[in-house]
Write a protein that binds this ligand. Sequence first.
Ligand code: NAD
Length: 261
Amino acid sequence: MYQDLYAKVAIVTGASSGIGAGIAERLGKEGMSVVINYHSDDKAAKLVAETVEKAGGKAVIYRGDISDEKHASQVIDFAVETFGQLDLLVNNAGIEIQKPSHEVELDDWKKVIDVNLTGFFLTSKAAIHYFLKHKIKGSIINMSSVHEIIPWPTFASYAASKGGVRMLTKSLALEYAPHGIRINNIGPGAIETPINKEKLTDKAKLASLQKMIPMARVGKTDDIANAVAWLASSQAAYITGITLFIDGGMTLYPSFQGGEG
Ligand code: NAD
């Protein structure tokens, strides 16, 4: 538990499912007030809100597409109107589309970049505007991926979006450090969520995935949520512009593990 997080206000985008839902619950345990942003599943978002409240926090849900500039800025206003302030923005909403790159339609490419990169920029822009106006030393945590540095054939739009998030984070961190605003990335490896359900339920696919993880297990949403709470807390007050990989060693070139090469 991080006492300085108590009664602070957070927005978690894409919090109706997977990693975002886990982060919302963890922030609830810290006694935070959490805005649960989501795209379309009202029922799932309400369930997450109940979980946050059971954990000890306050929660409201906010339906909105973060790749739409109007919604991205409205979610910031909504948090402030509802809870009186904003201290933490967790940009987590994300999508992926798999296809051989030479067959990808422009609309699919744009969709992934719009949500995973432009959406992060739009919410960050609105949050930073608010932090500066009210002289708040706020924090932004972006959910990137190991694919901000590991190439991913047939997922080029996803890897390009996360590579973009890496430089978005570093550029914004440098720009707003003088104001005490911290901006960091978390780079998950393979985490058990609906986004990769198909891979994790197929025994052969799971076995080949595990070979790429030196710690030989797929991560849990708690592995990510615990790090978000720490990175948001004053324990991490001197950290900005980093990517914290949480991947069981996936970024350590696992194929060299036995001394090959
Ligand atoms: P998920 O599919 O379970 O959840 C995605 C969430 O994003 C949902 O709540 C959905 O409603 C929301 N969303 C999608 N488009 C949106 C939009 N336009 N506006 C608002 N919300 C939108 O996925 P997840 O696995 O929990 O992934 C969460 C984040 O973590 C993503 O950014 C993903 O790229 C990243 N990530 C996941 C893994 C993994 O293994 N699960 C690994 C690395 C990175």
